[in-house]
Write a protein that binds this ligand. Structure first.
Ligand SMILES: [Cu+2]
Length: 165
């Protein structure tokens, strides 16, 4: 009799703790609506002190959402060497855009007057840091340039394109 009572208690406790556990899981799991749009594809890019993107051509589907993760693998202090990725509207003159931002360090070297040309941008990554952006690709074929706005980096070759077919 005692044995049965004991096993009853054990089963009851197991049930309680299992449902408590399930409840805890339920409350911490993010709701679908809290998440970034589903089917986000992550594209990983690195760049070091050589001021080059590891990937300069990204192909994307119309209407898809991509996340670009940019990691700096360099060692030069951030004040002198930092990298970002700024996606620009098709047809933007990239050289002129970067040149116009050179005086705007506080604005991540993006001239506020040219903000309308920016479709998405990361923050700056210093050594070992990773930054990211989310870009909802418009539903039309186009070529979107992206560039690092840190002065001097475009002339070192730090630019690429997102090709949407
Ligand atoms: Cu850079």
């Amino acid at each position: 009799m005692r044995y049965f009572r004991l096993s009853f208690i054990v089963i009851a406790m197991t049930l309680v703790s299992t449902s408590a556990f399930a409840q805890a899981l339920k409350s911490t799991a993010p709701k679908m609506s809290d998440r970034v749009p589903n089917a986000v594809r992550t594209v990983t890019i690195t760049s070091g002190d050589d001021m080059k993107y590891s990937l300069t051509r990204i192909t994307a589907k119309r209407g898809e959402t991509i996340r670009i993760k940019l990691t700096s693998t360099g060692t030069v202090p951030k004040i002198a060497m930092a990298h970002n990725a700024v996606i620009l509207k098709p047809g933007t003159n990239v050289a002129k855009f970067v040149e116009a931002g050179a005086m705007f360090r506080a604005e991540d070297f993006v001239n506020p007057a040219l903000k309308a040309s920016v479709l998405a941008q990361t923050k700056f990554a210093g050594p070992g840091e990773t930054v990211e952006l989310i870009f909802k690709v418009p539903a039309a074929a186009a070529i979107y340039p992206f560039v690092c706005t840190f002065p001097g980096h475009l002339s070192a070759g730090m630019t690429g394109t997102i090709v949407v077919k």
